[in-house]
Design a protein around this ligand. Sequence first.
Ligand SMILES: [Fe+2]
Ligand SMILES: [Fe+2]
Length: 378
Amino acid sequence: MNVQNTPEKYEGKHTADATTVEEGLAIQEEQAKYDDDFATETAMANTLLTPRFYTTDFDELDAIDVSPVRDEWDGLIAQMVADPNKGHFKKNEDWDHVDWDGMEPQLKKEFIDFLISSCTAEFSGCVLYKEMKRRGNNDDITQLFQLMARDEARHAGFINDALREAGLRVNLGFLTQKKKYTYFRPKFIYYATYLSEKIGYARYITIFRHLQENPEHRFHPIFKWFEEWCNDEFSHGEAFALLMKTDPKLTSGHNVWWIKFFLTAVYATMYVRDHQRPTFHKALGVDPDWYAHEVFTKTSKLSEQIFPITLDIDHPRWQRQLEKLQKANADLAVATENGQFMRKIGAQARAAAAFVALFTIPAKKHRVPAQTRMEPAY
Ligand SMILES: [Fe+2]
Ligand SMILES: [Fe+2]
């Protein structure tokens, strides 16, 4: 279904112009009647590799006192309040016509999968941040989470615009109510969300810079928006770095093992997921192994602002075990589809062994700088 008309009430209104998350979601809610089952079902899927929705102990999060990082905090919030990207995330004259019907079927399939998964990930952040804002009483915390939720609602809305041209749309209201929520303790939310914001920045900026150099590979206009997009993610990551800095225990002692675990899990998931989309990466002119290494390098460099360790991604075991993990995952998918129980167990065991081999590579240690805040420099 391809709908060109916006409901009258929201005529001229767009998620990009919404100044609060509530407004952004109301606009999308109104459009939800045009949603399509395929995209929403894909977004509903819960596997190790698909984006999840999270919930946490909101009271504990609300109790954070940001006074130890007040100077850096106020600077960041002022920047987000100034809202340089208001109105940016909507189609304009730079939005080239997309020939969805003429697109090679495999590329279309993988690209749509990429868009749905990105939209779900953006919306996952939106839901978590919005809930924190709603439940909290701490002005610093609720203000931050309101600002981040605002951005994620715009991002998700913009991807939905792109999907709508292909006759698809993710029903965000339905997802909010029906998708399963995974509980994470606040400290795990910090590690996981900090990393997903920073790796999101690294992913978007790497593609953006690559396409600046090789515009002939820009097969869809949405990539033109990636620069401002990733700056939003960068700021969100900065906020989580500051939240972690308020409590030095979060980044020392046995928690360093948790940090290592999340670094390994986030990097490995990205590697496996991207290798499921070979045609998409070929169309972009990007070798997924090169891309992964680029993104890991940038994310590691950024995460030195707060994490006392980085993964040794140049260790001889790193690439080899990533490939094994990816192969085990591909085999697992085939075995699951064919209902081959023993093969499934075997593939799961190989995946677990590869993960352990990655996790046990000695990490690189370094001193964390006194000043946390950074500016996007890639
Ligand atoms: Fe986002
Ligand atoms: Fe974000």
